[in-house]
Ligand binder design. Sequence first.
Ligand code: HEC
Length: 208
Amino acid sequence: MADNDNDRLLDHSYDGIQEYDNPLPTWWKLIFYATIIVVPIYMWDPMGIGVGPGKAQAYQQELAAFNAAHPKAAAVYTDDQIAAFAKDPAKVEAGKAVWTAYCVACHRPDGGGQIGPNLTDDFWIHGGKPTEIMKTVVDGVLAKGMPNWGKVLKQDQVEGAVAYVQTLHGTNPANPKEPQGTKYPADSAAAPAAAAPAAVAEPAKKGN
Ligand code: HEC
């Protein structure tokens, strides 16, 4: 035993203190190596076990970031909310800028229609309810040449554009494109909460 110990005494000596070669036990080293292997998995964080926010929370954060950057699907708004956008001067003003920049090429500055349909009349291919208008703008109708603006515009821009489109309703521009689609109650865009039967009976006009 003594010889053995001498063998394991290393050669160098500092101020009379010698170093003893005392390797760590194998079980200890195995645990150590295991932790090294675990590190990349831990950092990648497959199950939210690491220092990161965890899968569920990370998903929520990504979703929030995505929602901030992209317009919400029309479904999250009610008709009343979207109709209210058209009554908000700041939104309509912002929407006019969006309209001028992105929409006039196909719908004409006055909304009378050209490549795209007339947006001032009572007839809608994809529905004239505020939520339906919003959906058409966000999702587009790619097959028919209406871009999906949800991919291009920010949420407030979409809200503005839809607000502005609603103000176009009933403006009767010169040389409009012929009506397309089905009629939606005349005053619906401005006041969708109004009772539908009464609205249908009313002539196609709107004061806004
Ligand atoms: C490249 C041409 C083009 C541009 C630019 C464009 N649209 Fe359209 N839009 C269309 C076409 C074409 C349709 C009709 C789609 C169909 O026939 O199904 C349409 C339909 C619509 C409709 C539905 C009309 C209905 O009758 O249901 C709305 C609302 C609308 N556009 C709003 C907008 C807004 C707001 C913008 C700008 C942000 C815009 N469009 C820009 C071509 C365009």
